[in-house]
Design a protein around this ligand. Sequence first.
Ligand code: APR
Ligand code: PHB
Length: 397
Amino acid sequence: MARPELRTEVGIVGAGPAGLVLAHLLHLEGVSSIVLEARSRDYVEQRVRAGVLEQRTADLLAATGVGERMRREGLVHHGIELRVRGRGCRIPFDELTGQGITIYGQQEVVKDLIAARLAAGGEILFGVQDVVPSHFDGDEPRIRFRHDGEEHVLRCDFIAGCDGFHGVCRDAVPAGALRFHSRHHPFAWLGILAAVAPSTEELIYAWHDRGFALHSMRSPQLSRLYVQCDPHDDPNAWPDERIWEELRLRLGREGWVLNEGPVVEKGITEMRTFVTEPMQYGRMFLAGDAVHIVPPTGAKGLNLAVADVRVLAEALVAHYRKGDDSLLAAYSDNCLPHVWHTQRFAWWMTSLLHRFPDDDGYRAALQLAELDYVTRSRAAATTLAENYVGSERVVPL
Ligand code: APR
Ligand code: PHB
């Protein structure tokens, strides 16, 4: 049976932070959208991902009416600690930049955005299958998909490909139109979520001969911890006791005790760098993980996704409000400088703190010299701080 056709102004593929923030910003400016999400609502609301919001990201959520729970439950931090072979040094973000970060899980941001969209009558279709974007090289893009066993076609003026690294939108662009930069790094992170109070008020990034470790958190009752591991490691080779042992060793500092508790989630994240240029083709605009992946050491993935869709929302609003397409044409050019700045910082943090498997000691010595400099020199610490909080930014907003 033929289904009635769906129609909207912007067809958005993916209900991660990129797709949901875009739908929300467009709605506030009176531009309609429909979000198509492959997973269930429950799945996207429970998926454990990033957790650090730059000041600008937190400010945007608050200013657009989706920051109330974040303000109540988010943890505002004014610095981080770099811990090197058992010696700690704090980088005071507030003193160096006047800004801070908010610790608030990505899935909490996603929950708040979904609730806001649905309360405002917005349409998000969860559990869609076989999404096929097409006709975006002309004026009448469409997105075919299946939902509840029925075939549908969504007609729209523009498609926003916000479907993450494994999505379909990037691959729908004709071969040769996009250029990719891709690197796999020779290490990965084994991450755990532990039902125990964090052992620290602020995040600890640790350099250690045995490899990198990170102590982060989600709430006063929930710790998020990572240890550098081999990308080919099997999570089963990492029983809980081995993880705690490595964390104790790598994070250890005299007089400091690591709180241990039940591990409620465990997983290995490979580390890669990926950039797509340009981030658009015809009436298809790509944003977030669909077009770039940063190694997680600088905590930038979510913030970069939000930065993209701010630029995209402004460009789409200029199209609908003023009939001005210049910002749409310049979308990619306006995003990519910030994407590359962010890649540079994420790689700098990553290469500063991780043990390289092929290192004969030369790289480690340089890392220690650089860490010494970063913790001694106000100029060097400011460089880290302004990049981490995101006050140094090239997005033209
Ligand atoms: N059709 C519909 N939805 C899809 C499809 C598809 N074919 N493929 C993927 N998706 C959905 C995924 O299920 C996911 O919910 O697209 C969404 C993409 O969301 P994210 O992967 O969270 O990407 P993005 O919104 O760009 O946010 C980037 O996510 O991975 C973290 O660290 C990263 O914090 C960063 C953030
Ligand atoms: C996290 O809390 O998951 C987290 C924090 C800082 C990072 C990466 C991940 O750099």
